[in-house]
Design a protein around this ligand. Structure first.
Ligand code: HXC
Length: 255
């Protein structure tokens, strides 16, 4: 299998496992990733880590050899497939963390950008080099990159197709952190910072924050007020505030 899904305690771990092609995304692999996300939604886990096999790449993007041999109509289907698979991450009940070591180009960068968090090894190299192929990003890059780094920088990165190394990626907000050492361990640690909180509450926070990039302040504040009220009504809020008063750790029940 070119996509492995395993469980490590309270974490699901998805590994792109096609190192001989730098984990490039064939249409079949994209479909397998989609199926894996559907499975994660039903697993008893509290976060999803996504990694690439081998030490050279997280993912070198869409499989160019396969793309080249597709009729034009299929290219549209390809973009729709990639977009719909990566959009599933937004609907997962748990947060996702991309662990990027080596190359994350094209669809590989786009997969990382669709995750809730991104950690990079010092050798990580991001890029949306589609213009070099006579293409533009098709798996969400033109929409998610500007939301992460701003429109000016996104346009420059997409129009030049240049590489963005780990240090710059961190500086411009494309990744949350660059970590030395074991990336998987760093993934476990960042997940450990939120896995004990209430899943629905974390999801309300994500939904409110992600709307900040695409709505007016007034509408966004209304969304915040609605979600904040929903959170307040959960027993987890009762438990969290009671635990504060009783000077103990809250025991959330995800409801
Ligand atoms: C298919 C790929 C691939 C890809 C690498 N390989 N990237 N195969 N699709 N995206 C294959 C190579 O052909 C080669 O196999 C093997 O992986 C190792 O790659 P090398 O090129 O020999 O490695 P290296 O010299 O170290 O260069 C690494 C690299 C380079 C800089 C990452 O491979 C590269 O530029 N890859 C393409 C990156 C890219 O343009 N991605 C965006 C794709 S478009 P063989 O069998 O030849 O030895 C996209 C969105 C499209 O993602 C949207 C459409 C709707």
């Amino acid at each position: 299998m070119a996509v492995d899904l395993t469980q490590d305690g309270e974490l699901a771990v998805l590994t792109l496992n096609r190192p001989e092609a730098l984990n490039a995304l064939s249409f079949q692999i994209l479909r397998d990733i989609g199926e894996a996300f559907d499975k994660v939604a039903h697993m008893d886990v509290r976060a999803l880590l996504i990694t690439g096999a081998g030490d050279k790449a997280f993912c070198a993007g869409a499989d160019i050899k396969e793309l080249r041999n597709r009729p034009l109509m299929d290219q549209k289907t390809g973009a729709e497939l990639g977009q719909s698979v990566f959009a599933k991450l937004d609907r997962l009940p748990v947060a996702s963390v991309a662990l990027v070591g080596g190359y994350a180009f094209g669809g590989g960068s786009e997969l990382a950008m669709a995750c809730t968090f991104r950690l990079a090894a010092p050798n990580a190299v991001f890029g949306l080099p589609e213009v070099k192929l006579g293409l533009i990003p098709g798996y969400g890059g033109t929409q998610r990159l500007p939301r992460l780094v701003g429109q000016g920088r996104a346009l420059e990165i997409i129009k030049t197709g240049r590489n963005v190394r780990a240090e710059e990626a961190e500086r411009i907000g494309l990744v949350n952190a660059v970590v030395e050492g074991d990336l998987m361990q760093a993934g476990r640690e960042i997940a450990g910072k939120f896995t004990r909180y209430s899943l629905p509450v974390l999801d309300f926070a994500r939904r409110a924050v992600t709307r900040a990039g695409d709505t007016t302040l007034e509408a966004g504040l209304e969304i915040e007020a609605d979600l904040s009220t929903l959170a307040y009504r959960l027993t987890d809020a009762e438990e969290g505030m009671a635990a504060f008063e009783e000077k103990r750790k809250a025991e959330f029940k995800d409801g």
